[in-house]
Design a binder for this molecule. Sequence first.
Ligand code: 5GP
Ligand code: ZN
Length: 137
Amino acid sequence: MKEDCIFCKIANGLIPARKLYEDDDFCVILDLGPATKGHALILPKEHYRDICELEETVAAKVLPLAGKIGKAMKKGLGCHGFNLVQNNGEAAGQTVLHFHMHVIPRYENGPRIVAWEPGTVSEKEAEKIVEAVRAEL
Ligand code: 5GP
Ligand code: ZN
């Protein structure tokens, strides 16, 4: 646990939160500033800053859990779909530096979120991008 981390404290029960689910590895809570009704956060109990630090054994459990929560939201809240959002780094909008996955229920005619305007990329630029990333894998 990291001393000054709010999500460490919440995930380990030191600060109260509305809990949807808990097991040995994770705590799932309602977001304090929900994008839509039922917006939840999957928090590992161990501190990892972001996905780059996350242990593979823990990472492997995140998607199955997100699916389980989303499925329960569809049944329990009547949402029609859900988004999984996971920000890494301040440049990407991460404000709490403890890995978390957002599970955001989506309702027909609900607010438009998680959207961007499609850009463009030239053939040459695309080739360079592929080379630059592949070289680091
Ligand atoms: P990020 O932008 O880092 O991906 O998302 C952080 C999320 O955590 C935000 O949606 C914010 O509303 C939520 N949040 C921040 N502090 C607290 C808190 O103390 N309790 C809960 N339940 N949610 C929080
Ligand atoms: Zn933490």
